[in-house]
Ligand binder design. Structure first.
Ligand SMILES: C[S@@+](CC[C@H](N)C(=O)[O-])C[C@H]1O[C@@H](n2cnc3c(N)ncnc32)[C@H](O)[C@@H]1O
Length: 228
């Protein structure tokens, strides 16, 4: 009898090999998440627009979006613009990455962090900014266009502010459909001795939420329950 050892399939190895190729929803590497979003949702292409570009840390090993803006540009190649009023034609953009400021209680005028990343006096200001920005991004995106919002939840005065819940609800109300979600985890956490009487879990994660702009026809069908 002749044994064909080389053609024998090892089921354990096969499962392991295919597992390694699967794109997962959680990663400690932000660049991996952005690159996975590009593979899955942009057919491997780079983003068209980043309206809160800052220094472009997101694109260290990736190609830069064609349109990059920031209210406080860090480099000459970045155009100054407000994400709530972009110098772009309606329905002209295929994809956008939006990483809004998330600090509440410190603003551009009142703190160094606020000056660097932007911030809000209070929660109503934050909600207003997000609503206006999402509305403007909806305007500039083509129907079927992809929007990614990076956000993180915050604890302020012992109160949980689940920003991602507000963002998903507001984006859906405006006409976006959530199509994917990724969680970015920070592996290194600074531990302060003052945290001995810990009241809640220290947040070491943020979200990349992927939305698609629905056409008004599809949206209407969904609202009427005629599209599942
Ligand atoms: C969290 S940072 C973005 C970091 C960026 N993703 C990176 O990879 O470096 C938020 C950025 O939004 C900018 N910003 C704040 N308010 C803005 C506004 N109204 N319009 C456009 N950019 C704004 C800030 O200047 C800051 O650079």
């Amino acid at each position: 009898m002749i044994y064909m050892a080389s053609t024998k399939i090892d089921p354990v190895k096969t499962v392991m090999e295919s597992t390694f190729q699967i794109i997962k929803s959680v990663s400690a590497d932000q660049t991996e998440i952005i690159s996975d979003i590009m593979k899955l949702h942009l057919s491997g292409r780079s983003f068209d627009l980043d309206p809160t570009y800052s220094s472009g840390a997101f694109y260290k090993n990736l190609s830069r979006p064609a349109h990059v803006y920031d209210l406080n540009p860090q480099k000459p190649e970045i155009q100054k613009a407000d994400v709530r009023n972009l110098p772009l034609r309606s329905s002209s953009i295929s994809s956008a990455m939006f990483d809004p400021p998330f600090l509440v209680g410190c603003t551009f005028e009142t703190s160094r962090m606020g000056k660097r990343f932007g911030g809000f006096k209070n929660w109503p200001d934050f909600f207003d900014f997000i609503s206006r920005s999402l509305t403007e991004l909806y305007r500039v995106l083509k129907s079927g266009g992809v929007l990614v919002v990076k956000c993180q939840d915050i604890v302020n005065g012992r109160k949980q502010h689940l920003s991602h819940v507000f963002i998903v609800n507001k984006a859906t109300e405006i006409g976006f459909l959530p199509i994917d979600i990724f969680i970015s985890v920070r592996e290194q956490v600074i531990i302060q001795s003052a945290l001995k009487n810990q009241q809640h879990a220290r947040k070491t994660h943020s979200y990349f939420i992927v939305f698609r702009k629905e056409s008004s026809g599809k949206r209407m069908k969904r609202i009427q329950g005629r599209l599942f």
